[in-house]
Ligand binder design. Structure first.
Ligand code: GLA
Length: 395
């Protein structure tokens, strides 16, 4: 359950012994399309969701950062000026690596951690953990925005997204791209963020879901995954090897027309990894075009093709995700795909409002019949990105 500002403020005051300066919130995200393209300098089209992390933040006078949360009541603290030493010594572990990593990364981007004021941070979140909805980026973005305000850093949101990514890469240890933090910081109501991950130019693309009578249904398989280990970094390495063999630094420079040459140059597995990224970039561009010209009812086939590419070429789907996608489509979804890094987590389906209960029931029944653990299904609404609470009705 999410806490109201008053509840969170009261909890902060009780725990920290003083009142917070304010509460900042940032959403998780769903990626509509464009998977494993961000670290290949390609295109992505995620949106911020109505599940958010809230960070109550207060000032201290001793240069220490202390973090705690409503889900893990232990407090962790370090002198801000000692974060780099703690990071190198491997002392920043567990979920506190997200907020502490952000403070460290702000330092790497120019904040003077030996002169800024200390902070106390209490985190509360309604973004499900391990579902592929970027609960981590939501923490990073809420804390980044709060410290940017309180330390008067004046960093742009694009720069704060880089700060979150650096925290994730160098403190959490997951070699992820820039998509999740960008969606969390740049999202807008009823819209997706079309991001060019090479130039980092972002454009808000209206989705018009309500007008078209469509819902986005999340089907969380509850199969957990981690991007700090295994498959994610292997896929990234395969993309880098494929780009190098094609004589370029990034797969962004490879187009659908180059795929015949890629097939000759690359081994079968690397070729299929490359083909996923190259065709997925094109599908993102096509989705943006189709959304503008025809609206969301016309993008189903692109979502479906994206899933097939992830299942067969990139090989990051799992049987539970495939079953969720197929069942949703068989029961009236106009398109469906796994979302996020893969190897677990959630799939999404674009479903006419009236069919949502039937699709949910069918997915739950299909999982039971297959002997899989019970999935969790819920709809999400494209929502506003990170903000200081009290700035508007969104919280
Ligand atoms: C994870 C990463 C993102 C992106 C996706 C795959 O969510 O955090 O940077 O690479 O996987 O599209």
């Amino acid at each position: 359950m999410s806490k109201t500002i008053d509840e969170l403020t009261a909890r902060f005051t009780e725990f920290m012994g003083h009142a917070p300066e304010g509460v900042w919130s940032a959403p998780g995200r769903v990626n509509l399309i464009g998977e494993h393209t961000d670290y290949n300098e390609g295109f992505v089209l995620p949106f911020a969701i109505d599940r958010r992390t809230r960070a109550a933040v207060g000032l201290r006078t001793d240069g220490v950062i202390r973090v705690t949360s409503t889900f893990d009541h232990t407090a962790v603290e370090f002198p801000l000026a000692g974060l780099e030493a703690a990071r190198t010594a491997g002392e920043i572990v567990g979920w506190s690596a997200y907020p502490l990593g952000v403070a460290w990364a702000l330092g790497q981007h120019g904040a003077d951690l030996s002169s800024v004021t200390g902070v106390d941070i209490l985190i509360d979140s309604t973004v499900p953990v391990g579902a592929g909805l970027s609960s981590s980026a939501a923490i990073e973005s809420s804390v980044a925005l709060a410290l940017n305000d309180l330390w008067n850093l004046d960093f742009t949101r694009e720069k704060l997204a880089k700060v979150g990514q650096l925290a994730e890469n160098e403190v959490v240890g997951a070699p992820t791209g820039i998509m999740d933090q960008s969606a969390s910081l740049l999202g807008a109501a009823d819209a997706a963020v079309f991001l060019d991950c090479r130039s980092l130019e972002a454009q808000v693309v209206p989705l018009g879901l309500a007008k078209a009578g469509l819902s986005i249904l999340v089907m969380d398989t509850r199969v957990s995954h981690s991007h700090a280990t295994g498959g994610y970094s292997e896929r990234r390495a395969a993309c880098e090897a494929g780009a190098a063999a094609m004589g370029t630094s990034s797969l962004r420079d490879v187009s659908v027309g180059d795929l015949d040459r890629a097939r000759e140059l690359l081994d079968d597995v690397t070729f299929r990894r490359v083909r996923h990224v190259v065709t997925e970039n094109q599908r993102v561009l096509d989705t943006v075009r189709v959304l503008g010209a025809e609206g969301p009812l016309a993008i189903g086939a692109l979502l479906d093709a994206s899933h097939v590419s992830m299942r067969d070429d990139f090989e990051i789907s799992i049987p539970e995700l495939d079953l969720a996608v197929e069942t949703a489509r068989d029961n009236g979804a106009i398109g469906a795909r796994m979302t996020g890094g893969g190897f677990g987590g959630a799939a999404i389906a674009l479903v006419p409002h009236a069919l949502v209960p039937a699709v949910e029931a069918a997915v739950v029944a299909a999982f039971a019949a297959a002997g899989y653990g019970e999935p969790v299904t819920f709809t999400v609404t494209p929502s506003q990105g990170a903000q200081r609470m009290g700035d508007s009705a969104v919280g």
